[in-house]
Design a binder for this molecule. Structure first.
Ligand code: HEC
Ligand code: HEC
Length: 504
């Protein structure tokens, strides 16, 4: 992470609240002013004019209030496509069929409930529904990194199961839950690939002041695996669905600002590097920087939404024209794939309606900004080094396509960069240029609202943390020093810091 001071790098004045990094690296940065940036009243509206009200209730699928009236019909058409359950083809209308043959859920908001996160089951007998399992073959880490970085898929998929486990299928026996995936496969019907469960393992964490807290870590438990063995070198990665608000604003953060924050070789020696993923973009047919997904493996809304349609719902589209089955799943491959002229299930105009919907989801207004404890917690966020990755603010670029989202001062608290988060969080599974231990800094705007939005108060890529405190305690690798600063605060100071994060 480079040190950025407004007066040293005037070109970066669009980034707010970064100068404080100097506190943590005073020896190397040359910035001597160690002040925590003064609170900015504009921060109460983290999405700028795209900030939504939490009255009468908080939700992360609310339209940005500044969307022009004449664009609202488009937004609501996209919203309908994101909300509706897709059905098996053929039906009388081809506007909402094409589900499967294998899939994870029938619609976007079945997983991103009210625009928020999905939910990891607390017990070991409830199958995963919104969270996903990704897979890929990793022979050895270096070879996998090279192969992943050079393939348009970003990973080497399992030869039989592909790169994502689909836990549902269109087979009637599955729909009625009358037979297990293995039994369905035996009856020569398209079977779900497996059912996925998690087993939780608890471990204690003891603070320097002696206070103890229990952390839990998930272990993946696959049952009724229907298409034979996985490759012996296949690795698995559990992913909770992140919230989807403010996506259009994140897309408009100037690329130069993110590049300026990256410090791949840790040239300033502060222990925090941060780099951009480099991913294939099927729309532009070019390699681009990655911003979206837990490993920043998608460049923009087109790519993340199109891949969600294809892999999560089984809806082929111009950017991901294939069903989610491999050649080793012939029954699945034989099912019909779309009836439009290109043989696709979702034409480009409908895909664009859904990307437009996700772009225009506003960001909830902050809560308790003037609360005394929240105000006390804010400086600890900076002095603990959280802002080194959870970069507070930006000004979005002007946009001819989405003028209302351009030139907004926003406060997402992320650098959208990949950071090595240490062995405890690692999944050992490279994705494009991201290594097996790198994750994208999670945006913190709206994070304190997750429980109220849909009951899913589960943090980190696999939902293992049930509170902000637990999430911080899992930080390792480049974030280890920040975690240690946090754990050495007094219990009251830690509480203030957490209350600040919950107010974002
Ligand atoms: C089965 C559950 C599921 C369904 C259905 C689903 N998603 Fe997701 N979504 C996820 C998960 C899990 C991730 C994180 C994926 C990863 O990083 O590996 C994600 C990531 C995203 C992101 C990236 C958010 C960020 O912070 O980078 C967006 C945007 C998104 N989904 C939109 C959609 C849309 C639109 C649809 C419908 C076309 C959809 N999703 C369908 C589970 C789902
Ligand atoms: C080196 C970079 C880095 C530093 C420093 C850092 N974080 Fe993070 N943070 C991340 C990354 C990367 C993730 C996502 C990890 C994952 O999903 O497994 C994350 C996730 C989180 C989450 C979970 C958000 C969610 O929605 O799941 C919270 C809360 C959080 N960080 C708070 C903090 C706080 C508070 C501090 C300071 C004590 C801090 N972080 C310091 C990089 C960092």
């Amino acid at each position: 992470m480079r040190s950025l001071c407004f007066h040293h790098k005037p070109g970066l004045s669009r980034l707010f609240g970064v100068c404080v990094l100097a506190v943590l690296m005073a020896s190397t940065s040359g910035c001597s002013d160690t002040e925590v940036p003064p609170p900015d009243p504009a921060e109460a509206r983290p999405g700028g004019d795209a900030t939504t009200s939490i009255i009468p209730f908080p939700a992360l699928d609310k339209v940005t209030p500044n969307l022009p009236d004449d664009e609202r019909p488009q937004f609501y058409a996209g919203r309908a496509l994101a909300h509706q359950p897709w059905v098996k083809a053929p039906t009388i209308t081809d506007a909402r069929d094409g589900l499967g043959p294998i899939y994870n859920a029938r619609g976007c908001l079945a997983c991103h409930i009210r625009g928020g996160k999905s939910r990891m089951p607390d017990d070991s007998e409830t199958p995963l529904f919104g969270p996903l399992v990704r897979m890929s073959v990793v022979l050895d880490d270096a070879a996998a990194m090279t192969a992943a970085a050079n393939s348009h898929a970003g990973v080497i998929p399992d030869p039989v199961y592909g790169d994502q486990l689909q836990t549902q299928s269109i087979a009637l026996l599955h729909q009625l839950r009358q037979a297990s995936p293995v039994a369905i496969a035996e009856q020569q019907q398209v079977a779900p690939e497996a059912y996925a469960y998690v087993k939780w393992h608890e471990q204690a964490f003891v603070y320097p002041d002696g206070r103890q807290i229990t952390l839990r870590k998930p272990e993946l438990d696959l049952r009724y695996v229907a298409y034979g063995a996985f490759d012996t070198n296949t690795r698995f990665s559990l992913r909770n669905a992140p919230p989807i608000h403010g996506m259009g604003l994140l897309e408009l953060i100037p690329q130069a600002d993110l590049e300026a924050l990256a410090d791949p070789d840790d040239a300033d020696g502060d222990g925090i590097s941060g780099r951009q993923n480099r991913v294939w973009d099927a729309r532009s047919q070019r390699w681009q920087a990655g911003r979206f997904g837990h490993k920043a493996n998608r460049s923009n809304m087109d790519m993340i939404v199109a891949s969600a349609f294809a892999n999560d719902i089984g809806i082929s589209n111009p950017l991901f024209p294939f069903q989610p089955c491999t050649e080793q799943q012939p029954l699945c491959q034989k099912q019909r794939n779309g009836n439009n002229s290109q043989g696709l299930e979702l034409p480009d105009n409908l895909l664009r309606l859904v990307t437009n919907f996700t772009r225009n989801l506003g960001v909830p207004t902050r809560r308790n900004v003037d609360n005394a404890d929240v105000r006390k917690g804010r400086p600890f966020f900076y002095t603990s080094g959280c802002a080194a990755c959870h970069q507070p603010g930006y000004t979005t670029a002007a946009s001819s396509a989405q003028p209302h989202l351009g030139n907004q001062r926003i406060w997402p608290y992320t650098d959208l960069l990949l950071h090595d988060m240490g062995p405890e969080l690692a999944d050992g599974r490279p994705d494009f240029a991201a290594s097996g231990s790198e994750w994208r800094t999670a945006p913190l705007w709206g994070t304190g609202l997750m429980g109220q939005v849909n009951g899913s108060k589960q943090y980190l890529h696999d939902g293992r943390a049930s509170s902000i405190e637990e999430a911080i305690l899992w930080h390792g690798g480049e974030a280890l020093a920040a975690r240690q600063r946090f754990t050495h605060l007094s219990a009251a100071e830690r509480r203030y810091l957490i209350q600040f994060v919950e107010s974002l």
